[in-house]
Design a protein around this ligand. Structure first.
Ligand code: NAD
Ligand code: ZN
Ligand code: ZN
Length: 382
């Protein structure tokens, strides 16, 4: 433990641990030493046990989210609370928690109107973690999605810790902290998928396969999985997809649309979930849904991407709704314990998302595997 006299004269205590940092746009990530302050009021220090590698971490490294380098990456994690600051009552040292990036504030305009899953003022830790070595030691880190969990320990707002059944496997339930919740929620919460609805999911990485799992849980049929990687289609099938479409083998954008229509009585799906984050796949989703159907965009585009060129009359004429799904419109306190229970009962196979467990030094290699090799999630285990 190191005592630090800050410029303000406040005597803070912090620990030095290993963490995975992205220092600059497109540069390989680096395992380095970081300073993690002891928790202040409203904060919690968490010993990370497992953290999945999400495509959003790669977006951060590529400068696709913002330019606030250096980033402390990692945000789909489970661990044990080590210490809490003043005023924290909801969690205590020793609690097993899944970290979330939606610690709702309770009094923004979204919370006030009873829609806390849109909360516009979510809580993060107030104190900053910093670089501990190198010429830029002392530089404040931007934790990915306010979490930063490719680290032995991380500092978060106490509300970012959701208590779940401590007998659950950390590598599996940690995935509820982002991608798996985003996918399940995109189907059930944002897309309002219910029994008997037809669903197509375009892009079957961790998020898309979770959207398949969510649709299956809700009783949808058919559930059509679309990807360009046959390995991902196999994973989607194992999770209950009733049909698969290899869109690398179809004839352009409209070939994908035709394949989905053919599997839905010629009409298109009631709900099409886009889990890639690209204009061309969003366009496929737009045309692959039935009249008055719903498109859910859960894939995250980069800032340079534009809405595809679609005649406005088609937007009007096809009706329905075009929605975005932020974190599956989830409420962590409501949804995480419920989904962990379904996992423990054998009704939601979270283990199937864990393709491999890797070390904290293997994040860069995990990014590489995202582009090929049928990996749903590489999970860093500490
Ligand atoms: N909205 C949210 O809250 C939220 C949360 C987490 C992740 N995300 C985003 O969701 C997206 C998916 O994340 P992931 O972790 O599953 O990524 P991933 O890289 O594991 O999966 C992406 C999948 O898309 C497939 N794909 C790529 N191009 C395609 C195409 N033209 N047609 C069909 N499939 C194609 C890939 O083969 C891969 O299987 C990312 O953009 C990520 O940033 C969003
Ligand atoms: Zn709020
Ligand atoms: Zn994520």
């Amino acid at each position: 433990m190191v005592a630090i006299l800050a410029a303000s004269g406040w005597l803070g205590v912090m620990q030095q641990v290993k963490g995975v940092v992205a220092r600059g746009k497109g540069q390989p990530v680096e395992l380095t030493t970081i300073n993690v302050p002891d928790p202040g009021p409203g904060e919690a220090l968490v010993q990370v046990q497992a953290c999945g590698v999400c495509h959003t971490d790669l977006h951060y490294r590529e400068g696709g989210i913002n330019d606030d380098f250096p980033f402390l990456l990692g945000h789909e994690a489970a661990g044990v609370v080590e210490a809490v600051g003043d005023g924290v009552t909801a969690v205590a040292p020793g609690d097993f928690v899944v970290l979330n990036w939606r610690a709702v504030c309770g009094d923004c305009r979204a919370c006030d109107r009873g829609e806390p899953w849109y909360c516009f003022a979510t809580h993060n830790a107030t104190q900053k973690m910093t670089l501990a070595e190198g010429p830029d030691a002392g530089t404040e880190l931007s934790p990915a999605l306010g979490i930063g969990a490719f680290a032995e320990k991380t500092l978060v707002a106490a509300g970012q810790c959701t208590k779940v059944d401590p007998s659950a496997r950390a590598a599996a339930v940690g995935l509820l902290g982002c991608g798996v919740m985003a996918g399940i929620g995109a189907a059930i919460n944002t897309g309002a998928v219910t029994r008997g609805k037809s669903v197509a999911v375009i892009g079957c990485g961790g998020v898309g396969v979770a959207a398949v799992a969510g649709s299956v849980l809700a009783g949808a049929s058919p559930v059509i999985a679309v990807d360009i990687d046959p390995g991902k289609l196999e994973a989607a099938k194992r999770m209950g997809a009733t049909h698969t479409v290899d869109s690398s083998a179809t004839d352009g954008d409209m070939g994908v649309v035709a394949a989905i229509q053919e599997l839905t009585g010629g009409f298109g799906a009631d709900v099409v979930i886009e889990a890639v984050g690209r204009p061309e796949t969003w366009k496929q989703a737009f045309y692959a849904r039935d009249l008055a159907g719903t498109v859910v965009l859960v894939g995250v585009p980069t800032p340079d991407m534009k809405v595809p060129d679609i005649p406005l009359i088609d937007v009007f004429g096809r009706g329905g709704s075009l929605k975005s799904s932020w974190y599956g419109d989830c409420l962590p306190s409501r949804d995480f314990p419920m989904l962990v229970d379904l996992y423990q009962q054998g009704r939601l196979d979270l283990d199937a998302f864990v393709t491999e467990e890797v070390g904290i030094g293997d994040v860069e290699a995990a990014f590489e595997k995202m582009h090929h090799g049928g990996v749903l999630r590489s999970v860093v285990v500490l």
